[in-house]
Write a protein of this length. Structure first.
Length: 165
């Protein structure tokens, strides 16, 4: 009996190791799927908001309305292109930064904190507008960023939508 490799002890030890390894792998992939699903939902929301902002909104003259209850969708473009309307950008920034942060978030269906940055993308560089709350990575979990290119008054800009909780 001495010197046998496939003894009963070796077979039991191999079965225990295979079960332990497969349990560890199953747990790892399950935990990874939960994290990815949370991040994916937030990223999908950021992309949806970025795309909806590149529309004229509904109604298209939403920036001229006095009552925010009449607005169905916020859009900051002149039409369904990538040309942004500075009056709409200013109106959105004024509403989001001056006390209507929650109402604008509800219209955007942000589902948490949001910040929209419009930055110059040419050699001039710099920030054009900051809409919403400043992104604070120290207090954030599940951060998603969507980037879109557009033009504003004939100059290229980059619109960045940050969502976090």
């Amino acid at each position: 009996m001495k010197g046998q490799y496939f003894s009963f002890d070796a077979i039991i030890a191999t079965v225990i190791m295979v079960l332990a390894f497969s349990s560890l792998v199953a747990y790892w992939y399950g935990a990874q799927a939960v994290v990815e699903s949370r991040t994916y939902d937030r990223l999908a929301d950021a992309n949806r908001i970025a795309e909806s902002l590149l529309s004229p909104g509904s109604p298209s003259n939403w920036n001229e309305l006095q009552n925010m209850d009449q607005i169905r969708q916020i859009g900051i473009a002149t039409s369904f292109g990538n040309e942004l309307d500075m009056r709409k950008v200013d109106t959105l920034a004024a509403n989001a930064n001056m006390g209507n942060y929650a109402e604008v978030g509800n219209l955007l269906r942000a589902g948490g904190e949001y910040c929209i940055l419009i930055e110059q993308a040419d050699d001039r560089g710099g920030l054009v507008r900051e809409i919403g709350r400043r992104y604070d990575p120290a207090n954030a979990t599940f951060v998603a960023v969507a980037n879109r290119g557009a033009t504003l008054e004939g100059h290229p800009v980059r619109m960045r939508v940050f969502l976090w909780k």
